[in-house]
Design a protein around this ligand. Structure first.
Ligand code: FES
Length: 163
């Protein structure tokens, strides 16, 4: 199987029934993408495929050969964080942190969707004309659950990152 993740090509042996989430975590050691429900209900496993947010637990890895896949590891790294990561830190957009990678990846994808309509390319650039109310941000982020209920801070973080 061949996957392109965060700009790096990987080739590995895996059962064709392997989910994208398990391929990322178990075969590529990209454990920033979390497994919560494994049933498409929590959003902890959110990654970007061709710039579009998806739940990695709901799709087979083999279906994404040739796609550009972006995980939280591809957004930033210690000392050089993505603006959305910086903003989540600034606003305490988390408590336990388990949902945070999925929240951040989803937020980056959501801003790109709002700026450009459905994206036709991979983009983690936050520049653009997005103007969303807090309620609209919450609605567009409703696929990402936070059991600690850090939702107000998450919305603040997204708004600041966009501004
Ligand atoms: Fe995929 Fe919960 S682990 S949506």
């Amino acid at each position: 199987m061949r996957l392109t993740v965060n700009g790096v090509d990987h080739e590995f042996d895996a059962d064709p029934r392997t989910s994208l989430l398990d391929a990322l975590r178990d075969h590529l050691a990209l454990t920033g993408t979390k497994k919560g429900c494994d049933h498409g209900q929590c959003g902890a496993c959110t990654v970007l495929v061709e710039g579009r947010r998806i739940n990695a637990c709901l799709t087979l890895a083999v279906m994404h050969e040739g796609d550009e896949i972006t995980t939280v590891e591809g957004l930033g790294k210690p000392g050089d964080l993505h603006p959305m990561q910086e903003s989540f830190l600034h606003h305490d957009g988390f408590q336990c942190g388990y949902c945070t990678p999925g929240q951040i990846v989803s937020a980056v994808g959501m801003v790109d969707e709002a700026n450009k309509g459905w994206p036709s390319h991979v983009s983690t650039d936050l520049d653009g004309p997005m103007e969303l109310t807090d309620a609209e941000i919450s609605e567009r982020m409703s696929g990402n659950l936070c059991r600690c209920s850090a939702y107000p801070n998450i919305v603040d973080a997204i708004r600041e990152a966009k501004d």
